[in-house]
Design a protein around this ligand. Sequence first.
Ligand code: PEP
Length: 276
Amino acid sequence: MARIPMIAGNWKMNRTVGEAASLVKELLPRIQGVGGVEVVVCPPATALHVVQGALGGSDVALGAQDMFWADWGAFTGLLGPPMLLDVGCRYVIIGHSERRGRFGKPDESLKPEAARVFGDTDASVNLKVKAALRHGLVPIMCVGEMLPEREDGRTDEVVSGQIRAGLADVSPEAVAGIVLAYEPVWAIGTGMACDTLEANRVTAVIRKTVRDTFGADAAEGVRIQYGGSVTDQNAHDLISQPEIDGALVGGASLDACRFAQIIQVASVIAKNTRKS
Ligand code: PEP
């Protein structure tokens, strides 16, 4: 079975409720009739409900940017899986580097102690992934190395370790249905996308780790996106790589025109090549 590429937009902490609804209204007509690619938008939590309404009967799916692993309880400020399902989410980003405290472009205004302010670890990522799967949400689990790790030649070891730890105790059948995102931390929000051949190589390392840990069916089924300064300019080169099944897009997903162009590029590639 060919893997269907996925383009997901991570809006991060951007857009009011009204602006979020407008962004969807600008996006939908631009991607009408575009096939062969799955599209997901991940607005901030305050806008999930309204964006779900604005998506209406379109094929664009709704995703959240994070969640807690408990269903309900005394967890001030957090959202659990039933709440995400309640507003219509199908996907949830888990383990984004900004939640793990692995920043690509350190914000000078952040004190050192703030660097781990959200505190996600491989262990908490694993709890979140398993909770999402228990509730029928599809995790988009992010992995990626920081610049010093790359410079030390540790990229493959870092991403493989994140995959094994983040997916510990998940069944091979479930792994086949999730989405992974290779996001080199130094490429996120910096305008410095990873070299396309290198992005493909690391994605192959991730797929091999999945194969070695969960078997061939999981490795052939799991979709692995690339994320890190994807734009309408570099999307074709990145998404056309044989191992890469789409993109997780931050900044460029806030512009309906540019995001639509990335989706169109992915659609053309999907029609011309069959990845499986
Ligand atoms: C992201 O948020 O996952 C991301 C890749 O951001 P950007 O596209 O802005 O680098």
